[in-house]
Design a protein around this ligand. Structure first.
Ligand SMILES: Cc1cc2nc3c(=O)[nH]c(=O)nc-3n(C[C@H](O)[C@H](O)[C@H](O)COP(=O)(O)OP(=O)(O)OC[C@H]3O[C@@H](n4cnc5c(N)ncnc54)[C@H](O)[C@@H]3O)c2cc1C
Length: 483
């Protein structure tokens, strides 16, 4: 038996496996683009197991990565040749306090488990993402955005306290007041500064009845104006927009022969949460908006409304090079028009979900989640599934759309497909990039936590620089600003 496996078996209470089948099971993520295989998988039984595994990795100069449900898309949770912590084995809710509006749970608990426990008590976490199978640790490390993030920020913004194992194997509690620097960098930090073992998170009371209006727009300007109005005036409780292409005929004047004429329509879904339908002043709300058609009104009880709509199919042999860009509201129209014009040239636009969501910058306040410098922020997302054989041109276009976003003052949401070289990392974090590097050196001095996603400045530290060289070799695309 490999000595790392036998050593870990002696010190860890949970499971330690080097079986090929177990290693393969954690060697890919939702993106299906990057593949990495660790030499050992550890399924911790408690926080101390995590601390012991990290200490061991630091002593032996092995890398160690935390993987939860693996729903990120660029290998953020994968590990090549080191130790992989499968955080899903830490899955207990320890305290549930609807009276004080918080709960405390292991990082590997799924949001589904939290929702199932919360609903009967009339409470709910303030922000829910579109997927309940992911873990509370995984989304706190990414951000976690929902259709009401314009009001409540990200899930990370609703975190009250964390138990964290740092890169030196120290187990610490941190809150906005106690060990606050670590608290504020582990949140949205993709496991770079510490591994979260427990989370205390806010709850809120919910209202039992929801009404959602499905409103169709044929003009992007009108849609964006209405979104800005609704969100900044705080008129609604939830908002999501989905874009649909419609082929209006073909043109024979294009350089490459026949080209489809595509008109995009925009469906804005706005939700009100109330005690009863009588509380809704429909006339006042709808008359203030400039939609083209009122398509549908959906009345649902709250617990039905919050359930994710559909599972995303993931056929064998396909990859998911998704992209989410956060844009300053003032340039959103220009960016989206450019993106929508380009989309048909590189993906099957009829089967690719495209949409937008809104944020308000004062309500999201996480240093590791950089936002454009405007109050109203428009998130634009494109979620293609493509055969792996056709992936490369799509990745190039996603990178170009990323660079266009940076040029226009935007930022990326880092959970989807991200292929950053050092230049892009600096654009993502701006002036804060220096601090990000400083935090990495402080909380993970040997550079062993989750290598391969972030790239850092070279600092003359032999171990960190050695890993940086390996990472840089994997980055092939040069920064192109070509759109
Ligand atoms: C179908 C689908 C729908 C989605 N919908 C939304 C949405 O509506 N809103 C939204 O915001 N996002 C959405 N996402 C993105 C998703 O929320 C994030 O990718 C999230 O990070 C996934 O959590 P996970 O449990 O799978 O974590 P993983 O993907 O396993 O890990 C995510 C990152 O966190 C690190 N990590 C995981 N656990 C820990 C821990 N305990 N301590 C330290 N680091 C850790 C990993 O190393 C990795 O860097 C969606 C993704 C998919 C595939």
């Amino acid at each position: 038996m490999n000595s790392v496996i036998s050593d870990l078996k002696q010190i860890i209470e949970g499971e330690v496996s080097g079986i090929e089948e177990d290693l393969v099971a954690v060697s890919q993520d939702f993106g299906g683009i990057i593949q990495k295989q660790p030499q050992v998988v550890v399924r911790p039984q408690n926080s101390t197991d995590v601390a012991k595994a990290v200490k061991y990795a630091a002593d032996k100069e092995l890398t160690i990565s935390s993987r939860a449900a693996g729903h990120t898309s660029s290998g953020q949770s994968l590990n090549q040749g080191g130790i992989l912590l499968d955080m899903r084995s830490l899955n207990q809710i320890h305290e549930f306090r609807p009276d004080y509006l918080w709960f405390k749970a292991d990082a590997g608990v799924t949001w589904k488990k939290v929702v199932d426990v919360s609903i009967p008590h009339g409470v709910i976490p303030p922000v829910l993402t579109n997927n309940f199978e992911v873990t509370i640790g995984g989304t706190h490390c990414a951000g976690g955005l929902g259709r009401n993030s314009f009001r409540y920020g990200s899930q990370a913004d609703n975190c009250l306290a964390l138990e964290v194992v740092t890169g030196t194997g120290d187990l610490v509690w941190c809150t906005p007041e106690q060990n606050s620097e670590l608290f504020h960098h582990v949140l949205c930090g993709y496991g770079q500064f510490g591994i979260i073992t427990q989370i205390q998170h806010r709850l809120k009371k919910y209202r039992p009845f929801t009404r959602t209006y499905f409103l169709c727009y044929d003009d992007l300007d009108l849609l964006l104006n209405d979104e800005r109005f609704l969100v900044l005036e705080d008129r609604i409780d939830g908002l999501l927009s989905l874009f649909s292409p419609c082929i209006m005929g073909v043109s024979r004047t294009g350089v490459n022969g026949i080209q489809p004429l595509i008109k995009w329509f925009y469906r804005m879904q706005i939700t009100l949460e109330v005690d009863s339908a009588n509380d809704i002043n429909e006339e006042e709300l709808l008359s203030s908006l400039n939609f083209y058609r009122h398509i549908h009104t959906e009345d649902l009880i709250f617990d039905k409304f919050i359930q994710p709509i559909a599972e995303i199919p993931h056929p064998v042999g396909t990859a998911n090079p998704w992209i989410d860009v956060l844009l300053p509201g003032s340039v959103a129209k220009q960016y989206i028009e450019t993106a929508l014009k380009r989309i048909p040239s590189f993906i099957d636009f009829r089967n690719t979900p495209v949409g937008s969501f809104c944020m308000v910058s004062p309500n999201t306040n996480m240093p590791m989640f950089p936002l454009p410098e405007e109050e109203f922020i428009l998130g634009f997302g494109m979620y293609p599934t493509v055969p792996k054989s056709q992936l490369q041109p799509v990745l190039e276009q996603v990178n170009l759309l990323t660079d266009l976003g940076f040029q226009m003052g935007g930022k990326r949401y880092l959970a989807s497909w991200v292929e950053f070289d050092l230049t892009r990392w600096k654009l993502q974090y701006g002036d804060y990039w220096i601090k990000v590097n400083e935090m990495k050196r402080k909380y993970d001095p040997k550079g062993i936590l989750n290598p391969g996603f972030f790239q850092y400045e070279r600092i003359g530290h032999p171990e960190m620089d050695k890993q940086q060289t390996q990472i840089t070799q994997g980055v092939t695309n040069e920064l192109q600003v070509a759109i």
